[in-house]
Design a protein around this ligand. Structure first.
Ligand code: NAD
Length: 451
């Protein structure tokens, strides 16, 4: 293949992206991948969703949805635009752009588990063809795209293709970029289109192709010089959250001792028009991102003989919060001459944050386990979860309790402040409320203990 042929491949790739005829393959039909697939579909792109979970593939191809906030009608509208789901990686060969949105959890030793990225890169490599754009979106440490994904794509593809690199146009090139996902589930204040998309291409053409691709669904793209810079950008954002949440959690513990209402303080400080951003304390970190991502960086930092002390300190404060909630519940019961051991406790809200159907890393799970260890009889209610089953770290197997007989519980413990709850009537009916989320802030009652 000559240099002219390369230029021709690039030209074709660009014109397909501009005309929205480029076929987009998204790997991982989860909380990130599925909404992204729908966005591309809305803009007229033919989209294929790849997932190893056959059940998800079947639900999607049947026009159904397994994510609460995505109605079936959106899946069906996408199907009319040509959206299909598949577990057959051979179809990668038909794609012009492939976006990887697979999980990046921690393993048992709390180290990065890149097995999903490695698995999908290995499967993609077998079907790579010149001119394809491969973008990694999964949150990970700086270096993953170039040090982990790229070698797999180059070494395992049967055609011997190489990725385009700065200043070395290759006649058989494919294109590689990293572009972090910035979704904030449950946040309806910012339209998805309005969230700028950071892009770090391995090569200027890769950046240009990725900008054309994402420019069709986002109002603004933000190019950075390398994939590693884009990877680090995402980690900075999440570590910033994690550290600031730890700061307000620590301020809350002190304020409780001093008899100061920390939420009142935060809201007052938030009126400052510059130099301060509001973060709120809570029962502990949850979700797939904030409790996990910082450890990707601290792990990588060790290779550079560097200790990320802010990350460790924030982790220390934040992981202590469920213990604080349990101790506060014990103290509140004690004031009613009751012990944790034998008390009936209703946990209100188990999702990791309000108004989402996501239980991953939720502090509620730790709190339930800690309470059970102390001999409490724990029930839960959450509008999004009729059952809690077996997770990676927990095996609770509980069914949702009814809210009808709330008065029978010795204590109602608010862990997640879903907006559907009628807090005044909960306070009216319950014997004792421990509120870890400020959900009852506008209710004045001796029954409420804020912690
Ligand atoms: N959920 C969020 O709000 C959020 C926000 C920003 C970034 N992220 C990051 O995005 C990435 C994906 O997160 P998520 O919440 O969508 O995860 P998820 O668990 O909801 O979805 C991942 C999907 O990938 C599939 N999968 C796993 N291995 C696969 C493979 N080899 N081939 C095809 N499919 C495969 C799984 O079956 C699952 O459906 C993670 O790195 C996460 O840190 C998530």
């Amino acid at each position: 293949m000559t240099l002219d042929a390369t230029t021709e491949i690039q030209r074709e790739a660009k014109s397909r992206l501009q005309a929205r005829t480029a076929r987009v393959g998204i790997i991982g039909m989860g909380y990130v991948g599925l909404p992204l697939a729908l966005l591309f579909s809305e803009q007229g792109f033919p989209v294929s969703g790849f997932d190893v979970d056959q059940r998800k593939v079947e639900v999607l191809n049947g026009g159904g949805s397994y994510i609460c906030r995505i109605p079936e009608t959106e899946i069906q509208a996408a199907q009319k635009q040509g959206f299909t789901a598949t577990s057959e990686y051979a179809r990668i060969a038909d794609m012009d752009a492939v976006i990887i949105c697979v999980p990046t959890p921690l393993n048992e030793q709390r180290e990065p588990d890149l097995s999903y990225i490695i698995g999908s890169a290995e499967a993609i490599a077998l079907h790579l063809r010149p001119g394809q754009l491969i973008v990694l979106e999964s949150t990970t440490y700086p270096g993953t795209t170039e040090e982990v994904m790229l070698p797999i794509l180059e070494q395992l593809n049967p055609l011997g293709l190489k990725a385009a690199r700065k200043g070395s146009p290759d006649a058989k090139a494919f294109y590689v970029a990293f572009s972090p996902e910035r979704e904030d589930p449950g946040n309806n204040t910012v339209a998805r289109r309005e969230i700028p998309k950071v892009i770090g291409g391995l090569d200027p053409v890769a950046s240009e192709l990725a900008s054309l691709l994402y420019g069709s669904i986002f109002n603004r793209t933000v190019p950075v010089s390398t994939p590693a810079a884009a990877e680090m950008t995402k980690l900075l954002e999440n570590i910033y959250r994690c550290v600031n949440i730890a700061l307000v959690n620590e301020m809350k513990l002190l304020s409780l001792r001093m008899g100061i209402d920390i939420w009142e303080v935060i809201n007052a400080a938030g009126t400052k028009p510059f130099g301060f951003q509001k973060f709120y304390p809570g029962p502990g970190l949850g979700g797939h991102c904030i409790p996990v991502d910082p450890y990707y960086l601290s792990w990588k930092a060790k290779q550079f003989d560097f200790q990320t002390r802010f990350i460790e300190l924030a982790g220390d404060v934040n992981t202590n919060m469920p213990y604080h909630v349990v101790a506060s519940t014990a103290a509140a019961l004690n004031r009613h001459k009751k012990s944790l051991n034998g008390s009936e406790i209703l946990i209100l809200g188990v999702a990791y944050k309000p108004d989402v159907d996501d239980l991953r890393e939720s502090p509620a799970l730790t709190i339930i386990e800690l309470l059970q260890k102390e001999g409490a009889k724990v029930s839960y209610h959450d509008p999004y979860f009729p059952h809690i089953g077996k997770g990676r770290r927990y095996d609770l197997r509980m069914d949702r309790a009814s809210l009808a007989d709330i008065a029978r519980y010795d204590c109602v413990l608010i862990v997640t402040n879903h907006s559907d709850y009628d807090y005044p009537s909960i306070v009216r009916d319950a014997q004792l409320i421990v509120d870890s989320r400020y959900a009852t802030h506008d209710i004045d009652s001796d029954k409420i203990v804020r912690c």
